[in-house]
Design a protein around this ligand. Structure first.
Ligand SMILES: Cc1cc2nc3c(=O)[nH]c(=O)nc-3n(C[C@H](O)[C@H](O)[C@H](O)COP(=O)(O)OP(=O)(O)OC[C@H]3O[C@@H](n4cnc5c(N)ncnc54)[C@H](O)[C@@H]3O)c2cc1C
Length: 354
């Protein structure tokens, strides 16, 4: 059963109809597939479409929503919100450009989120079960697990394969911050379901996603405090570039708190209030957002590899040819550092049609 994307309005209903139609009847499984792809996020969709385009017999298995994080709870919704928030960035510098904007301009948060849901639903046709079926891919909705060296099972249906690609992505996990699990927090899976603007938002983790959401919510009117550990925001970027972002945040009123030495202690104080005691400070917030810690999505029984090395996942079932049979792609590959993101696609597509 697919989780509901809140709120279940007409836009999200259209989205679900496209990417996880509840009345979907799975096709009769082929005797053997050239390629079985597990996970229909960006990596899985590209792999499946590419394989089918080369003439391979392809099965694509998705547990939740086709489109994965990117369409449903990642790139697409975040960029929609950023687009709206950018208007406020412009308003902030309008006077310097000779444009007088009267004070008191406010964002209609509900309308911003509604626009996001509308656009997401509109483009979801591209990642839909129907479109992939038209491309010649057999789409199965359910959780896949390996049941043999050349077979996965989805809701009792066995799919035999010559090659398999695991494109199950990653998922937010609770960081080891005392009190946070009890307090409750948002992740990318829930933040885009908000319909009311949080008055105060604490963002834990100053990576690209933490930064973009901190700035967007600040511009849309929330009071935002961003907690970050490390020498500077955006740890992987050049310090000078990160410094420009940091200056913009200070100008725009995003409160930065570094906790290089010490995790912020989190305490739930009832009625939606969470207290952070970080160094000597206490900060009140209603909502906490974090993607600070993610885990690779191989949690289904039968999907956990024995080991990951030499650019491949190694399974209990694997034959001596196993390393050439099963590959990881997209976020799974990046997280396991087995192969460059997207590599699974080319791995699978070329030999699959031989
Ligand atoms: C807020 C946010 C903003 C982002 N913005 C950008 C951006 O602007 N640009 C960019 O390039 N990237 C961005 N990203 C990152 C991007 O979303 C990911 O890199 C991309 O979604 C990874 O794709 P994937 O296919 O590897 O995994 P996913 O998209 O996670 O897809 C994996 C799929 O596998 C399914 N699955 C898991 N287990 C099973 C199973 N056992 N059986 C069947 N199916 C299963 C899951 O349900 C999921 O649909 C953003 C991410 C977030 C969270």
């Amino acid at each position: 059963m697919a989780p509901l994307l809140a709120p279940l309005d007409q836009h999200n209903s259209t989205l679900v109809r496209n990417v996880h139609p509840v009345d979907w009847r799975p096709p009769t499984a082929a005797a053997r597939y050239n390629l079985v792809v597990i996970g229909a996020g960006t990596a899985g969709l590209v792999t499946a479409a590419g394989g089918a385009g080369l003439g391979a017999r392809v099965a694509l298995v998705e547990r939740d929503f086709l489109g994965g994080d990117c369409l449903n709870v990642g790139c697409v919704p975040s960029k929609c919100i950023i687009r709206s928030s950018r208007v406020f960035g412009e308003v902030g510098s309008a006077a310097a450009l000779g444009v007088h904007v009267p004070p008191g301009v406010e964002a209609d948060f509900g309308a911003v989120m509604e626009r996001m849901r509308r656009l997401r639903a509109r483009i979801s046709d591209h990642d839909s079960v129907e479109r992939f079926t038209r491309l010649g891919v057999d789409v199965f909705l359910g959780s896949a697990r390996f049941v043999g060296p050349d077979a996965v099972e989805v809701d009792g249906t066995r799919l035999r394969f010559s090659k398999a690609v695991i494109a199950t992505g990653t998922r937010a996990a609770c960081p080891a911050i005392p009190g946070l699990a009890e307090a409750g927090f948002l992740t990318n899976e829930t933040v885009f379901g908000l319909t009311e603007r949080p008055r105060r938002l604490a963002v834990i983790g100053g990576g690209p996603i933490g930064c973009e959401l901190a700035q967007a919510f600040r511009r849309l009117g929330s009071e935002v405090v961003l907690f970050h550990s490390g020498p500077h925001l955006l740890n992987r970027e050049d310090p000078d570039a990160a410094g420009i972002v940091q200056q913009a945040f200070l100008r725009e009123g995003v409160h930065l708190r570094a906790f290089a030495q010490k995790d912020p202690l989190v305490e739930y104080r009832g009625e939606g209030h969470v207290m952070f005691e970080e160094l000597a400070q206490t900060i009140r917030t209603e909502v906490v957002f974090t993607l600070f810690h993610v885990t690779v999505e191989l949690e289904e029984p039968g999907l956990e590899p024995m080991q990951a090395h030499d650019g491949a996942l190694h399974y209990e079932h694997e034959t001596s040819a196993g390393a050439d049979v099963i590959a990881a792609a997209g976020g799974t590959a990046t997280a396991l550092a087995t192969a460059p993101s997207g590599n699974g696609g080319s791995f699978a597509q070329a030999p699959a049609v031989n």
